[in-house]
Design a protein around this ligand. Structure first.
Ligand code: ACO
Length: 324
């Protein structure tokens, strides 16, 4: 079994609140707050990159684990907004961090990316293939938003969260991870342009194909149904009752989705990590940022059960149960 031995996070300084967005598109603070729970989001400064945010979050996670960059043998970056299509953002981070003993690769499962990464990381450690692993979820969503599309541009933000994983010495650690995909609904949330299906062209740019598109309302309904089932099956797999959970750390897409899951599990909101009011949906970064905040605030203690769950493009959904 693997255990998280360090956490760290980074969000850019620039804040865009709902009132700023009222000036850009036909929206209102009232609509965004009521429908999503989001009040503000961060955007990365021009000239800064995804790997720069990974670097800051990683340094903080390494410090909290008491490790040096050269101790790390594997780096995994979960992202859908990497520095460039090739090489991986993880490789660029490896250089910036000076983690010369680490292999490095990216993983992309959109908003479920961190939990997909956690599952892969846990398996590397369980097999003995890695001893000290750095996993980061990091997104520069602001660069892929259509700032003329009010149905998406109000939702997303930038940020990075990192964890260090090591083999567990006792019975505390990642108890199980669960991954799911239904590719039939790939077009519910997608960024159609820029890949091999639709390489960049003046037409693809004119048609605004290099931005995130989402069928939000249909996704919402599936997310609520799916996350309840996912949370219950993850707990059942480990013989843990919802009432035994110390903390639920959900992906931060919509407060109504988070509250519906908590209510269906009968978990009071004071045992649910929420930060989308400050950061919006930071995709693969949302769970590790929230985890870092919860740890730093002393909201979880040794031996607590912590449930992580996410839903996103693919469609993908994933969970992990941790005995902290
Ligand atoms: N401001 C004002 N009005 C708006 C805005 C806005 N920013 N956006 C949409 N509207 C309007 C719509 O045009 C629509 O108007 P109409 O009734 O006149 O047609 C009305 O508001 C209702 O729109 P809906 O899309 O039905 O609103 P809904 O309550 O579903 O909220 C939202 C939309 C917030 C996107 C929600 O559906 C949601 O959160 N979906 C799930 C998102 C999610 O979980 N995604 C997965 C992760 S993302 C990833 O993986 C990258």
């Amino acid at each position: 079994m693997s255990r998280i031995t360090g956490t760290g996070s980074f969000v850019p300084a620039k804040i865009i609140d709902n009132f700023d967005l009222e000036k850009k598109v036909d929206t209102s603070d009232e609509w965004i707050t009521e429908r999503t729970g989001i009040k503000a989001r961060r955007t990365l400064a021009t000239g800064q990159t995804n790997s720069d945010m990974c670097l800051e979050a990683s340094k903080r996670a390494l410090q909290s684990a008491g490790l040096k960059a050269k101790d790390i043998d594997l780096i995994i970056v979960a992202t859908m907004s990497g520095d460039m299509p090739m090489p991986s953002t993880a490789a660029i981070l490896q250089s910036k961090l000076g983690a010369k003993n680490a292999a490095a690769f990216d993983i992309n499962a959109a908003c479920s990316g961190f939990l997909y990464g956690l599952s892969v990381a846990d398996k590397f450690i369980r097999t003995g293939a890695s001893q000290k692993l750095l996993l980061i979820g990091s997104e520069v969503n602001s660069r892929f938003l259509d700032w003329k599309d009010r149905t998406t541009c109000v939702l997303f933000g930038d940020g990075a969260g990192a964890v260090v994983l090591e083999p567990a010495k006792g019975k505390r650690g990642i108890l199980s991870t669960h991954l799911h995909t239904d590719g039939n609904m790939w077009d519910f949330i997608c960024l159609p342009g820029g890949g091999s299906q639709l390489p960049p062209s003046s037409k693809s740019i004119r048609d605004r194909m290099h931005f995130i598109k989402m069928r939000g309302n249909e996704t919402f309904k599936i997310a609520v149904r799916t996350l309840e089932k996912l949370a219950l099956s993850t707990l059942k797999h480990n013989n843990v009752k919802p009432s035994e959970l110390a903390m639920l750390i959900p992906h931060q897409a919509n407060l109504r989705i988070i509250a519906a899951t908590a209510s269906r599990l009968n978990i009071p909101m004071d045992r649910v990590a929420v930060n989308l009011d400050k950061y919006g949906n930071t995709s693969s970064a949302s769970i590790p940022i929230a985890l870092d905040e919860v740890v730093k605030a002393g909201r979880i203690k040794d031996g607590d059960y912590v449930l992580l769950e996410a839903f996103g493009s693919g469609l993908t959904w994933a969970s992990a149960l941790i005995k902290w």
